[in-house]
Design a protein around this ligand. Structure first.
Ligand code: KIV
Length: 293
């Protein structure tokens, strides 16, 4: 049996846990197509997530609920074709793991077949049977607790979770149940940093935080948020490292001006006929100006 050896060894789930055990913080970032995957990989991300945030970030939906398996597959395949060195994960979208364990297995295995090394799903104790079945089938699962955008309507909005004692205890209990079911990691979204610290200390598997303070084993942010590639207010937990939207508008406007003013393309940006062909064409199209050089 022969295996294709990638140019650089791809990070594995085991590598990630080893990095955490050695005290290294993990960096996870979303990507939705080949260019964003190349950029994330070149920047040294440990984990690339093809998140269902692709619904609002790339596809113009208001939230993640309209995202389907077909959309996830389409974008995951593009990311996988970039052959990132980072560990590649994909979200199971809304209703792709809620109807039955068989459905969850079919959908998760499709994401694995097209290049994901793990899947992420939202929810607590009620997800245990599905997680057990996926893990049993050899599919690594990251849990997702706290603010779970797929439950937007039952949560009642994008707000911090686990502020009250009972909510906090229930989140901790859920985290332990997810670990017990076989999750290799738990993502904590929008929870108080002290609670995230307790969860991280309690679990043996690593945590990834987004809006969960600095005590998680690693951090994730959405690609477009870090680079400022959208307009509108950002949540408090986003740190923007460039004003991508305006920088891109400025660059495109300069090109547009150059086109309007006839200074794009230049000679260097054009292809030329050979003298011989030019000569023949000039004879044939006498009177027609076919070259301005
Ligand atoms: O889909 C997504 O972008 C997420 C974030 C929590 C990173 O799940």
């Amino acid at each position: 049996m022969s295996h294709q050896v990638p140019a650089q060894p791809k990070k594995s789930r085991v590598d990630l846990q080893a990095m955490v055990d050695q005290g290294e913080k993990l960096v996870m970032v979303t990507a939705y197509d080949a260019p964003t995957a190349h950029i994330a990989d070149a920047a040294g991300a440990d984990i690339i997530l093809v998140g269902d945030s692709l619904g609002n970030v790339c596809l113009g939906f208001e939230n993640t609920l309209p995202v389907t398996m077909a959309m996830m597959r389409h974008h995951l395949e593009a990311v996988a074709r970039a052959r990132p060195n980072a560990f590649l994960m994909a979200d199971l979208p809304f209703l792709s793991y809620h109807l039955s364990v068989e459905d969850a297995l079919r959908n998760a295995s499709m994401l694995i077949r097209v290049g994901a090394q793990a899947v992420k799903l939202e929810g607590g104790s009620s997800r245990v049977p599905v997680i057990r079945a996926l893990v049993d089938a050899g599919i690594p699962v990251m849990g997702h607790l706290g603010l779970t955008p797929q439950s937007l309507h039952s949560i009642g909005g994008y707000r911090v979770q686990g502020r009250e004692e009972t909510q906090a205890l229930s989140l901790l209990e859920d985290a332990k149940r997810l670990e017990g079911a076989g999750c290799f990691s738990v993502l904590l979204e929008c929870v108080p940093k002290e609670l995230a610290a307790i969860v991280t200390k309690t679990l043996n598997v690593f945590t990834i935080g987004i809006g969960a303070g600095s005590n998680c084993s690693g951090q994730v942010l959405v690609f477009h948020d870090i680079l400022g590639i959208h307009q509108g207010p950002d949540p408090k937990f986003v740190r923007k490292y460039m004003d991508g939207f305006n920088q891109m508008v400025i660059a495109l406007s300069k090109w547009s001006d150059d086109v309007k003013n006839g200074i794009f393309p230049s000679e260097q940006e054009s292809y030329n006929l050979s003298e011989a062909v030019l000569e023949k064409l000039s004879v044939r199209f006498q009177g027609t100006r076919i070259s301005d050089s």
